[in-house]
Design a protein around this ligand. Structure first.
Ligand SMILES: [Zn+2]
Length: 292
């Protein structure tokens, strides 16, 4: 019996077939179609499965996902999928249970199944990318919350009446500590814009030039405040940090740990995420095991 994990992205959709030990045995991928997306997904699954028995399908998607009804409510890169009943359509096609979750929650589950959180049962996983995604796992169970929005930590308010976030609210953590926020901090700095610096440049020059140091220190301060808040709230065994920003972690990771140790009065253990490209797909298959 196999479980299918699917990662829906704006440019491609990835499909993985996992055996009983959660090992990836087969994969498939299609370009995200402009229309009839679910119908194309069904064809791609059939092609991969080749008639073998499956017992569940998990789907990970960016954007706001209604976990309870298996519907993507909104996602800027996937307009054609908004409010399409993905769960119901896949259940009709394959007659197995289907679970749809957001990609940050799925990435968190994947770290527990095959990544940095394998040895613990309660942890939080933060994804630092364009935005800040989060997944909270308590006693091996993903915290979905009452309305299915548990773990949307990027939208905790960090600064009252602060910068407008992509969600429309002001002062969200995401508006201060995401990759996009760092880009904004760089573009606000005349010295860095004159050098045409990108996020990777300020990280590389963190300990070298004063303007890079100023911006990165500022960024790490915002990042650490949010992480400390999460530690006080949930007291997890570890906090796992992943996403694109972590690719330059070697330049700033120890500094972040030091900042946090200096300001938090409870122990915080940070770990870098182990899984990269396939995290959401692996986590989507784990979502099936978690059930609803
Ligand atoms: Zn927000």
């Amino acid at each position: 019996m196999y479980t299918i994990g699917i990662d829906i992205g704006g440019t491609k959709i990835k499909f993985g077939m996992f055996n009983g030990e959660a090992r990836l045995v087969k994969e498939n991928q299609i370009k995200t179609p402009k229309e009839a997306i679910v119908e194309n997904m069904i064809d791609a699954i059939k092609e991969m499965v080749q008639g073998q028995e499956i017992h569940g399908i998990g789907v990970a998607s960016a954007g706001i996902v209604d976990f309870h009804n298996g519907v993507i409510k909104s996602c800027p890169n996937l307009q054609a999928l908004a409010n399409v009943p993905i769960q119901a359509m896949l259940e009709d096609a394959f007659h197995v249970s289907v679970v749809v979750g957001n990609d940050a929650n799925c990435a968190a589950l994947a770290e527990g199944t095959a990544g940095a959180a394998r040895a613990v049962s309660s942890y939080i996983c933060i994804t630092l990318g364009t935005g800040i995604g989060g997944g909270i796992v308590h006693n091996n169970e993903l915290v979905h919350g009452n309305s299915g929005h548990g773990g949307e930590v990027g939208h905790m308010t960090l600064v009252p009446n602060g910068i407008v976030c992509g969600c429309g609210r002001k002062g969200c953590w995401e508006a201060y500590a995401s990759g996009k926020a760092l880009e904004r901090m760089i573009s606000d700095d005349p010295e860095l814009t004159s050098k045409n610096y990108q996020p990777k440049d300020v990280f590389e020059n963190y300990m070298i030039d004063a303007s890079s140091k100023r911006v990165v220190d500022h960024y790490l301060e915002y990042l650490s405040i949010g992480l400390i808040n999460l530690q006080y709230l949930f007291d997890p065994e570890i906090i796992v940090i992943g996403g694109g920003v972590i690719d330059s972690g070697k330049y700033w990771w120890s500094e972040l740990e030091e900042k946090m140790a200096a300001t938090a009065s409870i122990p915080i253990v940070l770990q870098q995420a182990h899984l990269k490209n396939n995290a959401s797909m692996i986590g989507a298959s784990s979502l099936v095991k978690q059930g609803k």
